[in-house]
Ligand binder design. Sequence first.
Ligand SMILES: [Zn+2]
Ligand SMILES: [Zn+2]
Length: 219
Amino acid sequence: MKRPYTEGVEKTTVTLEAWRCTTCGATHIAYPKEIKDAPDPNYRAATYAELRARGCCAKAFPCPGCGALASERAHWFCGACVKSKDDARHAKRERRPWKGEPIGEDDGERYFMDGDVDELLDAYPTEAALRDAHLVFAKPHHARPFDVSEYHDDCLPDDCDVDRLFAPVMPQVEALNKALAALGPVSWVVGDVAVDEAPLWAEMHARLLEDEERQGGVP
Ligand SMILES: [Zn+2]
Ligand SMILES: [Zn+2]
């Protein structure tokens, strides 16, 4: 139900939980949510405000995941806990074997565009390194088609007959869009399908064996 703007409101006060660092005096306001992922129930019950206040001037503070003490930390969770969460996410992905398509690390930090298995195995020379890379298939970005009326949207009158206005240049616009489509991918982003590591491990082992045999053959 609608009411007049000047009626139907009253002043109220809400109480927000806050935690104060008594060392420096900083007050940390509580968010109304908990650290849901924390396996330790003590941390699950603690608010972010309490954790921020405790960490505020502390020499070292524990990871909510494993309790490991860290003196400096960019996130709530320690590196090992962040890694195990990332590993678990990667393990759940659909995976298929790599046939030389563009791939990359799932954080987008590093790409392999050339399908070069030597380059890949040089970059990740051990099973662990290959597994920790969290390789996923890259997805192409194509050039966006040029929409002449959208491009001029901000400078045309509302009642403009855009089809009639731009009709004389439509053959050129269509030619341009055809050329843009023919460009192929203009960039790549990481996708969500994982590269199956097993065939790469097999390749890695075959190479190691070859190296050993070659060295063993030298008297
Ligand atoms: Zn403080
Ligand atoms: Zn941890």
